[in-house]
Write a protein that binds this ligand. Sequence first.
Ligand code: TYM
Length: 371
Amino acid sequence: MVEKFVVTPWEVSGKVDYDKLVEQFGTQKITDPMLKRMEKVAGELHFMLRRKIFFSHRDFDWILNRYEAGEKFFLYTGRGPSGHTTLGHLVPWIFTAWLQKKFGVELYFQMTDDEKYLIKDMTTKQTTAFAYENALDVLACGMDPKKTHIFTNLEYGKTIYKQAVEIAKHVTFSTAKAVFGFENSSNIGIVFFPAVQAVPCFLPSVQAGRNIPCLIPAAIDQDPYWRISRDTAPKMGFYKPAQIHCKFLPGLGPEGKMSASDPASAIFTTDTPQQIEKKIMNAFTGQQPTKELQRKLGGNPDICSVCQYYYFLFEQDDRKLAEIFAGERSGTLLAGEHKADLAERVKRFMAEHQKRREKAKKVLDKVMLKD
Ligand code: TYM
């Protein structure tokens, strides 16, 4: 039986088949020769590339070509501020901070307080307030405050709107409908919104008065937006923005991505050590229902959320990771100790993150762009 899965900017569900997604979306897989090249240019390979957590791209090789020819790119990524930040959101942001450091480039970070207002039962006051909370997490990931520019669409609206209108003129309703599945019942704000998310792909070029290559690191759910941006770019005389896509950190339940809208399945950067411990101790593992059976039959690390957390964030040493996976598979690793060890690591990580988050409050004002 073929398992069904859904990946859109607003929903990720089911067991995602990433190979199929590359085919469906028409992106390219990241290849080993490309990684070799990246290692040469950056001086090292981030574990998220080595493990192909960042697994797909559009024109990433072109970005490297331009860079090697002496042309710097800028990074663009973002967040829909509908709640506090989860560990899932940190996956692309930690990688973005690494890219920024290795290539010494500027980062533009869009907070879509407008998008979340349009699709959620929230006020604009709430979404903008979460944008400021989320921005602390962005900075806590190690972005360089001197080279990072964060803005909310509602507060930077005067600058954003002009560009959005110019982009929107080149996007027909039938294209937007085909890409995003809009229906007659969709509000017209969200139908216009893809033009707004496209703006930062080009804004630095507009402001500099010359074309600057753009690289977008994000999970693959955001890819539909880039189809619109890439279609319109040549019509407006801009470079097409390039992308590098990551997989989804799963939730703590049996299926789907870690999502802020399912609080029990998600660990938030504002969680207390007790909350983190409780969520992880209740997590779904790939183990047998009893200790005896687990010892006898072993489990399945590929569906075990605890193993996936080591893989995505909490064990960066490949040899140690292989030992954890082997322990789960052979039955020597039991769920209780497996979860307790992860809980310790996540609590330690979060204590450090929360300290950096506090420090970020001091620089936040300087980093935020406003009209
Ligand atoms: P949002 O808030 O849904 O997600 C923010 C970023 O986190 C990624 N992401 C994940 N990555 C790994 N594992 C997960 N479980 C997970 N869940 C979410 C998303 O792909 C995204 O990179 N419309 C956007 C906001 C936005 C944006 C952008 C995102 C505006 N401009 C440019 C990326 C790039 C949104 O609602 O993201």
